[in-house]
Structure formats: C-alpha cells, structure tokens
Ligand binder design. Structure first.
Ligand code: SF4
Ligand code: FES
Length: 210
C-alpha cells in the first residue's frame, strides 16, 4: 500500500487491487502519471475535489482518497449497493463490503473468469485468457428491496461460486438494473451458462479455488 500525502488530499494506492482499467491515468495523467520510473502519484497536481473524484471512479478500490482537513473519504458506502457486470471482464461491486471477512472497502472488482492469481479479486487475467461473457445479462423478475444499502457479504465458496448476502442490485454494463437480490450465488469459474449466476458448471469443469 502506498500513501502519498498532498497539501489538501492524501492518496492511498493498493497496487494488488488495480485492474489497469486506466480510468485514473486517462482522466488525470498529471495526478497519476503513466509509464514513469519512480514517483508517479501527485496529489497536488489537480484541485482536491478532482482528485476525490478519481478515487470514486476507481472501480477496483485500488485508489482511496482522503481530504486532510476533514477526513472526507472516498471509501464511504454508497446509497445503493450495486454489482456491475463487465463485458468480458470482472464483477465490479460497490457497497459496505465484507469480502471473505475483510471489511473496510466499498469498491472491488471480483474475478469471474476463473483465471485470476489473486482470487477473489480480478487481476486482469481475463484479457490473456480471452474470456468472453456478456455484460448484458437477461433481466430477472425482481421485487423492490426494502433497503438498498448496508453490508454486502461476499463469501467465496471453495471450488465454487461467490455466495453473496446483502441488498444488491445487479446492473448491466449499459446501466440497466437486471435484478435486485438479498442473497445469490455469482459464477466465478467462468463456465456458467446463466452468467452472472452460478448454474453448477463449476463441478463439471473441476474448478479449483480456495
Ligand atoms: S483500477 Fe483504479 S488504480 Fe487501477 S488503473 Fe483503474 S482507476 Fe487506476
Ligand atoms: S461458479 Fe461458475 S457455474 Fe458455479
């Protein structure tokens, strides 16, 4: 974990969570300078609010920004918990997360191709694996949730799916709400015929994961 203290904001960067979506370096290449040796994060290169937005827009939770004056924190739970299904890529989840007992983060990208070396997190392996999966899952019949926020527990089941418990809206890549759940099982082996949900295929393909 890197921590770079600027005049107004502090940037915390966890490289093990970065999926190289490049939102940061494309939005503000002066704050996150790509392809340089040595110091590449410059919190004072943009106004504090702009740097805060870079934190909110990092899908993996690799970037967290805190404001020095009042400790405002981009790791603040959202009003609506969501999991966004990325075309040919991971599941981008937002909520008050408890991932295999690890709490404190509100954004994460979870492997759904089965190839990550950093499970349950995505490490970008879907690119090399040529993973193909729609970001537009079919719309399910769903009920309005009584509450849309709160803790979302993500429990990776050994050799099986992600067991999810908590208020969660399943959102397509283009922003359509396709389901609202309080409990579901999401495929992480890459083989379900009913993605993003588990259909039991992990057993047939001999999926192995802790
Ligand atoms: S995942 Fe976050 S830190 Fe990594 S490239 Fe994307 S925006 Fe930047
Ligand atoms: S985890 Fe992929 S089908 Fe169950």
């Amino acid at each position: 974990m890197e921590k770079i203290v600027g005049k107004e904001v502090t940037i915390h960067f966890d490289g093990s969570r970065c999926i190289h979506s490049r939102n940061c370096v494309l939005s503000r290449p002066d704050v996150f300078v790509p392809n340089v040796k040595g110091e590449w994060i410059h919190p004072d290169a943009a106004p504090a609010d702009v740097v805060m937005h870079l934190g909110y827009n990092c899908p993996s939770g690799a970037i967290r920004v805190t404001r020095n004056s009042d400790n405002a924190d981009t790791d603040t739970p959202p009003i609506v918990n969501t999991v966004r299904v990325r075309e040919n890529g991971p599941l981008a989840i937002e909520g008050e997360l408890d991932i295999a007992g690890a709490t404190g983060s509100v954004r994460a990208t979870l492997c759904r191709c089965g190839q990550s070396k950093n499970k349950p997190y995505c490490d970008g392996s879907h690119h090399a694996a040529g993973f193909e999966a729609s970001g537009e899952p079919s719309v399910q019949e769903f009920q309005t949730l009584e509450s849309r926020d709160g803790v979302v527990k993500v429990k990776p089941l050994p050799n099986g799916p992600l067991n999810i418990e908590g208020n969660l809206e399943v959102v397509s890549g283009t922003g359509a709400t396709t389901n609202k759940v309080t409990k579901t099982f999401l495929c992480r082996c890459g083989h379900s015929k009913n993605k993003p949900y588990c259909d039991g295929s992990h057993a047939k393909v001999g999926f192995e994961a802790p």
